[in-house]
Design a protein around this ligand. Structure first.
Ligand code: ATP
Length: 289
């Protein structure tokens, strides 16, 4: 079993005598968890994410248990002398994929994010949004155990934003952890297992807010598990409501962007669940426990 990622009494300041941006940080990210980090501009969110991702080292304190990690930085270096596909394939091999596997994963992610048409475009000629799609693809390529997203949705078009939400749901359903910063409070609303606020150089765990009623299209899923089967935890988190209609039989409502990941989780469960029906629904339900 993979250990938790732990920050213990961690602090970071820039320069020997710079002010402490973060100090005395204790934080744990367990496998399979979705964690939101929030705070005002300049409070230290990106600094915290760089420590979690291992891009930067703490000035004091310790970080232990970092798994295979990928990171989408707030600012992605655009002027690299590669095509998008060439860059992603190269990075895939750095992450340990074979060249063929890396090229395939690069193609799949560019396709999913709606950037396949730019696969052979030199990175320096990509638009800001297309460049951000490459930034997201490089992090998702090798199915990281920890995915760190620093405002990764910024600049993406609607379809790519939904695709990234789906990818986050897939990562956590597969047992990976995801830590993200996003200035839109509706981003993945209701889904995080924990939210931390960065302020006054510290990190405070927020009480879980009651999830807002889901907006946007929902999908109704009827699924049947073993008679004494408990609904997988990842499914419970993705669903906006879950009603047990009979022994081991559930009627689930799920925001449309998460429906693929929810179905995949049900089918991948041991023993697998039987999906009885999948129907789009028009009126969002009230959230149930
Ligand atoms: N490389 C650096 N060198 C010096 N100071 C830095 C560096 N990176 C960040 N800082 C400082 O650390 C503080 C926190 O910055 P950080 O980027 O972590 O904040 P943030 O909460 O992510 O901000 P925003 O919401 O604007 O992205 C700021 O005062 C910033 O100027």
């Amino acid at each position: 079993m993979r250990p938790d990622l732990c920050l213990r009494d961690a602090g970071r300041r820039y320069g020997l005598r710079g002010p402490w941006v973060l100090r005395g940080i204790d934080m744990t990210v367990a496998p399979g968890r979705l964690v939101r980090v929030e705070g005002a501009n300049g409070s230290g969110k990106s600094t915290l994410l760089r420590l979690l991702a291992g891009i930067d080292a703490p000035s004091e304190g310790r970080i232990t248990g970092r798994p295979r990690t990928a990171y989408v930085p707030e600012r992605f270096p655009p002027a690299l002398p590669f095509s998008a596909a060439g860059y992603l394939t190269h990075l895939g091999t750095v992450h340990g994929l074979t060249r063929k596997g890396a090229a395939r994963a690069a193609g799949e992610w560019l396709e999913r994010l709606g950037a396949a048409a730019y696969a052979e475009t030199p990175m320096a000629r990509l638009s800001k949004g297309s460049s951000q799609k490459v930034a997201v693809a490089q992090a998702l390529l090798a199915e990281p155990e920890l995915l760190v997203l620093d405002e990764a949705w910024t600049g993406l078009d609607t379809a790519a934003r939904a695709e990234l939400e789906r990818a986050v749901a897939e990562r956590t359903a597969a047992g990976g952890s995801v830590v993200f910063v996003d200035h839109d409070p509706r981003r993945l609303a209701g889904l995080p297992d924990a939210t931390y606020a960065v302020r006054d150089a510290g990190v405070v765990r927020q009480e879980p807010a009651r999830a807002p009623a889901p907006s946007g299209p929902q999908v109704l899923v009827e699924a049947q598990g073993p008679p004494d089967g408990r609904l997988p935890e990842a499914v419970r988190r993705m669903a906006s409501s879950a009603e047990e209609t009979g022994p081991g039989t559930y009627r689930l409502s799920v925001p449309a962007p998460h429906s693929d990941a929810l179905l995949r989780t049900l089918l991948a469960a041991r023993p697998p669940w039987h999906v009885v029906s999948v129907t789009p629904r028009t009126t969002p339900p009230g959230r149930q426990g």
